[in-house]
Design a protein around this ligand. Structure first.
Ligand SMILES: C[S@@+](CC[C@H](N)C(=O)[O-])C[C@H]1O[C@@H](n2cnc3c(N)ncnc32)[C@H](O)[C@@H]1O
Length: 119
């Protein structure tokens, strides 16, 4: 049963990862903005980092400080990873500190191009 649930989660989120949805789609952008991500924040990161999967806005409430290490479990397209990378700055960590169950199936991070150094 647990394995079925895991496979179902992977399949559903993997399908979204393969869909090409991004902030370029008005509806996808609107979902993130409904959770409090500003238009400026969304413009500052790769459009593909937002796949319309927002269910909260952790970078708005986590009081992330320069130099901290942020680990994003369930990072999806990397929306919060990119924003957190700006907050922790060059002395902070996070460019490899992400994991998503969909990575194996969809190659999400690799396909969507993790270029945190460019933030
Ligand atoms: C609601 S989405 C949020 C994605 C991203 N944080 C965002 O805000 O755009 C949840 C993510 O968690 C991942 N996920 C679900 N269960 C997981 C698990 N057990 N381990 C790692 N990632 C998981 C999914 O693949 C999906 O990308």
């Amino acid at each position: 049963m647990a394995q079925q649930v895991l496979e179902s989660v992977r399949a559903k989120y993997g399908a979204v990862a393969e869909s090409g949805l991004s902030s370029k789609d008005a509806g996808v952008k609107a979902v993130a903005q409904a959770f409090g991500y500003s238009a400026e924040e969304l413009r500052s990161i790769p459009a593909e980092a937002n796949m319309g999967l927002s269910c909260g806005n952790p970078t708005a409430t986590a009081h992330i400080q320069p130099g901290e290490v942020v680990v994003d479990l369930g990072s999806g397209g990397g929306l919060d990873v990119f924003l957190a990378a700006k907050m922790v700055g060059p002395e902070g960590g996070g460019d490899r500190d992400r994991y998503d169950a969909g990575d194996d199936r969809a190659g999400t991070g690799k396909r969507r191009g993790w270029r945190l150094q460019q933030c």
